[in-house]
Write a protein that binds this ligand. Sequence first.
Ligand SMILES: N=c1c2ncn([C@@H]3O[C@H](COP(=O)(O)OP(=O)(O)OP(=O)(O)O)[C@@H](O)[C@H]3O)c2ncn1[C@@H]1O[C@H](COP(=O)(O)O)[C@@H](O)[C@H]1O
Length: 104
Amino acid sequence: MIDELYQTILNRKSNAKEGSYTTYLFEKGLDKILKKVGEEATEVVLAAKNQDKEELANEAADLLFHTLVALAEVGVTPSDVKAVLESREGKQSNTRDRAEITEY
Ligand SMILES: N=c1c2ncn([C@@H]3O[C@H](COP(=O)(O)OP(=O)(O)OP(=O)(O)O)[C@@H](O)[C@H]3O)c2ncn1[C@@H]1O[C@H](COP(=O)(O)O)[C@@H](O)[C@H]1O
């Protein structure tokens, strides 16, 4: 699903579409996109702090979308992010294993 959304975003980047918010963001440029990422991140924090589950889900979706637009603008793919997470997964479990050994 994230890959599909990213492909749509890339498509908007290369083919402007009238009335598209994504096209609007690319036309405004990186600073505007990053401003939106910052705003949405703040809204995620506030929703979580208020324990507002519905608002948190909405704001997290907005943050994810704007982050994908930022990735597309700079030229990073969801696969690049996935690779980082996967490389950490191995390291984290090693760290956990070490902690468990030490505790034991
Ligand atoms: N997933 C999203 C998505 N999530 C959030 N948003 C938009 O992000 C904006 C965030 O709301 P804000 O009030 O913060 O922003 P705003 O006031 O509208 O904008 P600014 O004035 O701040 O620039 C809203 O306009 C939402 O519609 C999204 N816009 C588009 N998509 C998807 O992107 C794809 C391309 O859509 P188009 O851009 O419409 O072609 C489609 O798959 C869409 O579903």
